[in-house]
Design a binder for this molecule. Structure first.
Ligand code: 6PG
Length: 244
C-alpha cells in the first residue's frame, strides 16, 4: 500500500502531471488485465485533466474501448444539468475519445426514485465486478475543503457502511442530495489518484498529509486508501508551497 505525494506548480504543469499519472495507470491496468474499471468524480478540479486526457498523446495511447466507466458519486440532477458529474465527464472527456458506450455506467438520476437508483447501481456494480473478477482499478477522487471525498461528507452515516457499495448522502453545500460509492468499494480499488488544487484546500490537505491533529483521521478523504498505490496529485497552492 504505497502512498505517494506529488506537488506540481499550479495550472498547466499540474494538469499535465495529473493526466500523465492517470494515463499511465490506465495503460498499465489494461495491459495487466485486458480491461480497466475506472471511477470518475465530479467537481471543478478534474475538468482540465479530463480535457487534457482527451488530447494527444492520451487520445491515441489510452486503450479507451477497453475501459469500464463508473462514477464515485453523483448529484441528484438530470444528466443535462451543469451539476451532473456524469454530464461533466461526458462533455470534457468521454464524448471526445473512442470509448465503448456500453461500458459507460452512469448513476441513474432520471425517471427513477433515489432508493431504486441506489439499488440498481449497487446491483450493476456487483455484476460488473463479478464478471471482471476484480474491483476498481483506478478511482479518480477530489477533496472538498471540509475534507469530504466522493460524496462522503464529515459525519455522513454512509462512512460507517461496511457492506453496501452505494449509499445516499446529503451535501452541506450545493446540490444537497447525493449518491456515493462507500468505503468498502473505494478501499478495494487498486489505485486511487486524488486531484487537489487551490489554497482553500491547503489547511485540510496539510492536516491529512501530516496527520498533525486528531481530527485528521476523521476526514472522509483520510479514510480512503488504495490496495496498491494512492497518489496525491496536489498543486503548489493546495500544498502551501511556492512553486519554483
Ligand atoms: C462532487 C465530487 C466531490 C468533489 C469535491 C471537490 O460531486 O462534488 O465528486 O467529491 O471531488 O467536492 O470538488 P472541487 O473539485 O469542485 O473542488
Amino acid at each position: 500500500m504505497a502512498v505517494v505525494v506529488e506537488v506540481y506548480p499550479e495550472g498547466a504543469a499540474w494538469v499535465e502531471a495529473a493526466a500523465n499519472e492517470i494515463g499511465r495507470t490506465l495503460e498499465q491496468a489494461v495491459s495487466q488485465r485486458g480491461s480497466a474499471l475506472v471511477a470518475l468524480s465530479g467537481g471543478r478540479t478534474p475538468v482540465a485533466v479530463y480535457k487534457r486526457l482527451s488530447q494527444s498523446p492520451w487520445s491515441e495511447t489510452i486503450p479507451w474501448p477497453r475501459i469500464e466507466w463508473i462514477w464515485a458519486d453523483e448529484r441528484w440532477v438530470g444528466a443535462d444539468q451543469p451539476d451532473s458529474n456524469f454530464g461533466g465527464a461526458l462533455e470534457a472527456l468521454l464524448s471526445k475519445v473512442p470509448v465503448d458506450k456500453k461500458r459507460i455506467h452512469r448513476i441513474p438520476t432520471e425517471g427513477i426514485s433515489l432508493e431504486r437508483s441506489i439499488l440498481e447501481y449497487e446491483a450493476k456494480l456487483r455484476e460488473l465486478v463479478a464478471r471482471r473478477g476484480s474491483g476498481i482499478d483506478l478511482a479518480i477522487l477530489g477533496m472538498g475543503s471540509d475534507g469530504h471525498t466522493a460524496s462522503l461528507f464529515p459525519g455522513s452515516a454512509a462512512l460507517m457502511e461496511t457492506d453496501r457499495w452505494v449509499a445516499a448522502t446529503t451535501s452541506p453545500t450545493g446540490i444537497a442530495q447525493r449518491i456515493t460509492l462507500t468505503l468498502p468499494l473505494l478501499n478495494a480499488a487498486g489505485n486511487v489518484v486524488f486531484l487537489v488544487t487551490g489554497s482553500e484546500k491547503h489547511q485540510v490537505m496539510d492536516e491529512v498529509l501530516h496527520q498533525c491533529c486528531a481530527r485528521a483521521e476523521e476526514f472522509p478523504v483520510a479514510q480512503v486508501q488504495a490496495t496498491g498505490r494512492t497518489v496525491w496529485c496536489i498543486d503548489s497552492a493546495a500544498a502551501g508551497v511556492t512553486a519554483k
